[in-house]
Structure formats: structure tokens, C-alpha cells
Design a protein. Structure first.
Lengths: 115, 113
């Protein structure tokens, strides 16, 4: 079946540094990928929609200058958390679908801890 | 605005029991509905996808039903096993078929040996 990978799976960083998270669709192309964030005991919340070749669409309350998204190719989207702070500590998950109406496949997630 | 609710929030059952997880959504104009499993600290695994024209989908011991008109879906797990312990999430697309998903908060299932 379709596979989506994320790297890294876990990252610990100091406050003020930037962290880049990669999301790759390994065996299909995806013009659209989604980035979600999950806080403990909360549901997944959409952060932004990543569109290949164009700017990402951010959800209300998500700072685009803080969470930089680049969808450089049909198989890769990156999320960069800039100047990370402890409140950015969370579980970040990406997803992608091979096509309209098909199952969305999720990456394994990235656990970010900002000290 | 679409909202997805799951009850119960947590469920503990003895091994071997059949169980039902519930999911409801406020806007019945959905394209499909998905059930996911999430193990602690892990990403999501898609279990079942039901298209809006379907009433149910089955995979092994799992059976998911969909009643669009009432805005409800159920996930039935037969003969539960300790390995089924996880959080189960249902989700519907926001808008079109390729839209982002709106998730419920999940049901945390614990199956005791």
C-alpha cells in the first residue's frame, strides 16, 4: 500500500533554534499534502495545506512565518518550525492522498520537544 | 462548520468481547468517512474507508457502518484482543474529496487479557 514517511521521528532542540521536518510520499505523487499537530489528549488539528509549486494555505491561528512550508516536488513537503519555543512542543503529522476520493495516508509523525 | 464527535472517550473491555465505537458528524454532506488507529506516540494507520454511497465496510474483525442521514458511523470490533488496544479516530473530509480531514478526539480502547 501507499507509504508516507516523515523524518526525523523525534527531535529535541533548544529554544530559539529552527527545526525542519520532512514528509515524503514514497510510492505515489501528491499535489497536496497536509500538516497536522496533535497536543496531548487532543485531536489532530490541521495546521496547513501544502500545495506543490505554490504557497501553503494556513489555518486560522497558525503563523505562516513561524511554520514555514515548502512543497518542492510531488513527493516532498517540508515543515520548518522557526525560532522554536517550548509551547511548540507537539506531535506533528503529515498526510497525503494519491488521488481524489482515495484514502489519505499518514506519516508516522514527528515528536518535537523544545527545551 | 463540520464537527466530529466520538463516544465513549475511553473504553476498557475484557479480551474476547465484541465492542462498538461511535462517531457522529454534524454535516451529513460528507464525501467519505475514515476510521484510523493510533498507537501511543505513533502516527495513524488507516483501518477502513467508507464512501458516502456505501453503508458498510469490513476488514477482518472490523466492520464500519455509515448512516449519512443521521450523521453517524460505528466501528464494530469482534472478538477483541489485547493487541487491539489503541486510540481509534474517525474523520471526514472538510469540503471536497481531497480536503483535509476533520477528526474526532478518539476513543481510547484498552483490551484486558
Amino acid at each position: 500500500g501507499a507509504v508516507v514517511s516523515q523524518h526525523p521521528s523525534r527531535v529535541i532542540c533548544k529554544s530559539g533554534t529552527s527545526v525542519k521536518i520532512e514528509c515524503r510520499s514514497l510510492d505515489f505523487q501528491a499535489t497536496t499534502m497536509f500538516w497536522y499537530r496533535q497536543f496531548p489528549k487532543k485531536s489532530l488539528m490541521l495546521m496547513a495545506t501544502s500545495n506543490e509549486g505554490s504557497k501553503a494555505t494556513y489555518e486560522q491561528g497558525v503563523e505562516k512565518d513561524k511554520f514555514l512550508i515548502n512543497h518542492a516536488s510531488l513527493t516532498l513537503s517540508t515543515l520548518t518550525v522557526t525560532s522554536a519555543h517550548p509551547e511548540d512542543s507537539s506531535f506533528y503529522i503529515c498526510s497525503a492522498s494519491p488521488g481524489a476520493g482515495e484514502t489519505q495516508y499518514f506519516g508516522p509523525g514527528t515528536r518535537l520537544l523544545v527545551l | 462548520k463540520q464537527e466530529v464527535t466520538q463516544i465513549p472517550a475511553a473504553l476498557s473491555v475484557p479480551e474476547g468481547e465484541n465492542l462498538v465505537l461511535n462517531c457522529s458528524f454534524t454535516d451529513s454532506a460528507i464525501y467519505n468517512l475514515q476510521w484510523f488507529r493510533q498507537d501511543p506516540g505513533k502516527g495513524l494507520t488507516s483501518l477502513l474507508l467508507i464512501q458516502s454511497s456505501q453503508r458498510e465496510q469490513t476488514s477482518g474483525r472490523l466492520n464500519a457502518s455509515l448512516d449519512k442521514s443521521s450523521g453517524r458511523s460505528t466501528l464494530y470490533i469482534a472478538a477483541s484482543q489485547p493487541g487491539d488496544s489503541a486510540t481509534y479516530l474517525c474523520a471526514v473530509p472538510n469540503g471536497g474529496s481531497q480536503g483535509n480531514l476533520i477528526f474526532g478526539k478518539g476513543t481510547k480502547l484498552s483490551v484486558k487479557p
